[in-house]
Design a protein around this ligand. Structure first.
Ligand SMILES: Cc1ncc(C[n+]2csc(CCOP(=O)(O)OP(=O)(O)O)c2C)c(N)n1
Ligand SMILES: [Mg+2]
Length: 581
């Protein structure tokens, strides 16, 4: 029994006559921390918890599969810096939610997966309980932290611990195990009230050491060809004004990672996105702001980075263990991004020399050339549409609504959208992220629509969409302003691959039913479906759907031969050397 129970709290006579229970205390603890939404899927033992959440004024968004509820919670966490909550039943529901928790942890999104669990005594003796599983042990591998609450009087502190673990330092996914028995435990109302914890300063600022800031500035001052790389950690930090000031005051060209697009508008004069390969290979000093040197940046070495020329890295990150993860870092600056960037800005003073005209001029020249080449490709009108002509239409519509959230997954559908559709505001591009995962589409769309109240456009490969397609019903049920655009090329990467065995009737491993009408799916739930075969039809449908602010799906027919195997990641496929075994 905890100390809190032994110390008699101050109670009124009326309070002490009443009892509360685990169900109420969980809701009280979440509400006390300004958490107003739960994404989940009901069943034993948490149905009444979801009911009570609604009754107590919280929003419960019910899904068709827990993975998507988890993804909605994760993206809500990314967009708001408050942990998104996903609620599931035990064993299978928990496991379905776990993939979202693992993905959130990998992407550094704060979320809490709350799962009901079965009888501990039976689980521990493996006596075969209903939905038996040692969930806490399983979750530990995939989560930033994992806790179980065994006593009702610990619910307040348990929830507080989960919130702090999710959002402080490097954010991530936290698992909270609630045994069925806990929910029905009772407690004196006054004691219950006293046990609730409102977390103070859940993600404290972390101020960088002055000598680290000076070291970074010294490295930067010695640079001839500096470059800034913005990661989604920078976007998450909501230090938008400081980051923009640092980029502009330094005059250094920058590259946004995929989800950092829009942190500064993509049409910013200092953006080097249009000549990414050139700047990565040529830069001599690179300032990483909330970006990890993982596979997405070729681990900071090799041909991409112009090897064997040595680079110097300045790395701003909240996690000290990120430093030297792949290559040596000359100047680590550890702290929260806002504090670190502010300190660099202050240290730069008035006399900071902007990069040479030789460097910025070389970039501008290549940018102009690449932009002109791309414009010519985008202007073509092949029939059927290819990725370029379809995305030209989408780009032009989205330019008029920079506030829209753009969700994006697929292979070619992801790569071409990232490079063609410009973003103008921070945290509006939500995509497959660090894992390059398929299946985030509808979950992220629902989460983004619910927390922002703004429209969502999801650009989905037809394969990618399949992972979460049933959530169209959820979108229609809650009447969310989500327009899903399916890039329908009849398959994974391409729809026209052959089966290499001419004697077997099965279709190729990458191919789907030809000419599928995804637009009919949403009609089953009362949404509006469009079938678009030209850029003009696509543009009209998208404009109309966004203006309506209602659930819609556009089936955009794309040439089944237009894509490349694995999109831009063709080189990651292991090579087949033998032709026969
Ligand atoms: C969970 C998961 N399963 C499988 C994959 C492998 N994968 C990568 S992209 C992709 C789908 C690509 O096809 P599509 O979404 O139709 O995009 P396209 O290239 O055809 O535009 C798949 C299955 C993955 N990334 N994640
Ligand atoms: Mg496809």
């Amino acid at each position: 029994m905890s100390a809190r129970l032994e110390e008699a709290p101050v109670t009124s006579a009326e309070d002490s006559a009443k009892m509360t229970d685990g169900f109420h205390l969980v809701i009280d603890a979440l509400k006390a921390n300004d958490i107003d939404t739960i994404f989940g899927l009901v069943g034993i033992p948490i149905t009444d918890l979801a009911r009570l959440a609604q009754a107590e004024g919280m929003r419960f968004i019910g899904f068709r599969h827990e993975q998507h509820a988890g993804n909605a919670a994760a993206i809500a966490g990314y967009m708001t810096q408050k942990p998104g909550i996903c609620l599931t039943v035990s064993a299978p529901g928990f496991l379905n939610g776990l993939i979202a928790l693992a993905n959130a942890t990998t992407n550094c999104f704060p979320m809490i997966l709350i799962s009901g669990s079965s009888e501990r005594e039976i689980i521990d003796l493996q006596q075969g309980d209903y939905e038996e599983m040692d969930q806490l042990s399983v979750a530990k591998t995939f989560a930033k932290a994992a806790y179980r609450i065994n006593h009702a009087e610990d619910i307040g502190i348990g929830v507080a611990r989960a919130i702090r673990a999710a959002v402080s330092g490097r954010p991530g996914g936290v698992y909270l195990d609630l045994p069925a028995k806990l929910l029905s435990q009772t407690l004196d109302v006054a004691q219950g009230k006293q046990s609730i914890v409102r977390v103070v300063d859940a993600a404290p600022r972390q101020i960088p050491a002055p000598d680290a800031v000076k070291r970074a500035l010294d490295v930067l001052k010695g640079a001839k060809r500096p470059l800034i790389l913005l990661g989604k950690g920078a976007a998450y930090s909501q230090a938008d004004a400081e980051i923009r000031a640092f980029v502009e005051k330094s005059g250094i060209p920058y590259l946004p990672m995929s989800m950092a697009k829009g942190l500064l508008p993509d049409n910013h004069a200092q953006s080097a996105s249009a000549c990414r390969s050139f700047v990565l290979a040529e830069a001599d000093v690179v300032v990483l702001i909330g970006a990890r040197l993982n596979w997405l940046l070729s681990h900071g070495k090799g041909k991409t980075w112009g090897a064997p020329a040595a680079k110097q890295f300045v790395q701003i990150d909240i996690a000290p263990t990120e430093i030297d993860s792949n290559v040596a870092i000359a100047a680590p600056v550890i702290g929260d991004i806002g504090s670190c960037v502010s300190a660099l800005l202050a240290g730069m003073g008035a006399g900071f020399n902007k990069p040479s005209a030789e460097w910025t001029g070389a970039i501008a020249e290549r940018k102009d050339k690449n932009v002109a080449k791309m414009a010519a490709t985008l202007e073509k009108n092949p029939s059927p549409m290819n990725y370029h002509s379809a995305l030209r239409a989408i780009r032009d519509v989205l330019k008029t609504r920079p506030d829209i959230n753009l969700v994006n997954e697929g292979a070619n559908a992801l790569d071409f959208t990232r490079s063609i559709v410009d973003m103008y505001q921070p945290r509006k591009r939500l995509d497959s992220g660090t894992w390059g995962i398929m299946g985030i589409g509808m979950g992220y769309s629902i989460g983004a629509a619910v927390v922002s109240g703004l429209p969502v456009v999801a650009i989905e490969g037809d394969s990618a969409f399949g992972f979460s397609g049933m959530e169209l019903e959820t979108i229609c049920r809650y009447q969310l302003p989500v327009t899903t655009v399916i890039f329908n090329n009849n398959g994974v990467y391409k729809g026209c691959d052959p089966n290499l065995n001419p004697n077997k009737p099965d279709i190729a491993v990458t191919a789907f039913v030809k000419g599928a009408r995804y637009d009919k799916m949403i009609e089953a739930f009362g949404g509006v479906g469009y079938h678009a075969t030209t850029p003009a039809e696509l543009s009209k449908a998208l404009t109309e759907a966004i203006a309506a602010g209602k659930p819609a799906l556009i089936n955009a027919v794309i040439d089944e031969d237009a894509g490349a195997e694995s999109g831009r990641l063709t080189n990651l496929n292991p090579k087949r050397t033998a032709t026969k075994t």
